[in-house]
Design a protein around this ligand. Sequence first.
Ligand code: ATP
Length: 313
Amino acid sequence: MSLAYEEKPDFMASGSVRVRVPAKINLHLGVGPLRADGYHDLATVYQAISLYDDVHAHRSDTLALTIDGEGAGSLPLDDDNLAVRAVKALAAHTGLPAHARLHITKNIPVAGGLAGGSADCAATLVACDALWGTGLSRDELATIAATLGSDIPFLVLGGTALGTGRGEQVNPVLAAGTWHWVVGVAAGGLSTPAVYREIDRLRELGTAPDPAGSPDPLLAALRQPDPEVLAAVLANDLQAAAVSLRPQLRTTLHAGIDEGALAALVSGSGPTCLFLARDAEHANTLAASLAGRGVCRTVRTAHGPVSGARVTA
Ligand code: ATP
């Protein structure tokens, strides 16, 4: 049954769709040995947190992209931008022309280990699916997303999820409540491939810490409400590599613990640092104290889990 014109969602009448998409953090990031194909097997627990990019997609006869906000000037506007790749991948999948005018407003720091580029890619898939009326399911969008990058299926889904394979095989997991984070944004980014090369190098030298192992203790900690229990089992195999490439991160992590964070860890491949707080109020105080220490470019607060890429207007 088709809807009467007046009953159709606003975006179908206005020819534009706005999608909000969260950043991701890894509560557990276990990195396996380097595979023959150059990838690593991962066992990771993702959480979507309340730091958002916005993608506004308009109907158009061509494909065009503009970006503003945090780090916008450093980003490509051509096929190297993951949002452009998303439009083309969805067009190829559906047989529709790759036509949309996109505007991205960035809030998620670029190359920060928060998967901002992957977030824009997930948001663009969701936006063009709505704009073009293709009506694909979340699972179908996640399948296209997996061809574009390892973190992208999770950002279509959101919440808290276990990621396996290269991280692209995601399954939702139960998280009992809301967790409160302070996000310490560093000046400048870190290249994800360079961080993976560094962990391989440290492991070859025998100087890498013991691997994070099974995510089961973390998954159990998520099913109960005490943040101290969660704090004790957070783990990131890439942390040693990020700190090795950017030694000042050690100072940032220690500053967070000094100021009362329950735990401090590098987010994904870094250099963003995450600090777990007891509750929202503690997160605000902790953020203010950390900002005063001058060890980060900016300090933000965020909570998780939140939903993945969603149409907002
Ligand atoms: P990941 O942890 O997924 O590697 P990250 O948070 O470390 O991600 P991103 O912000 O995703 O890093 O950016 C990594 C690189 O991806 C950037 O240097 C940039 O050139 C490229 N990129 C392509 N499209 C985008 C986009 N829309 N936003 C941000 N970066 C993009």
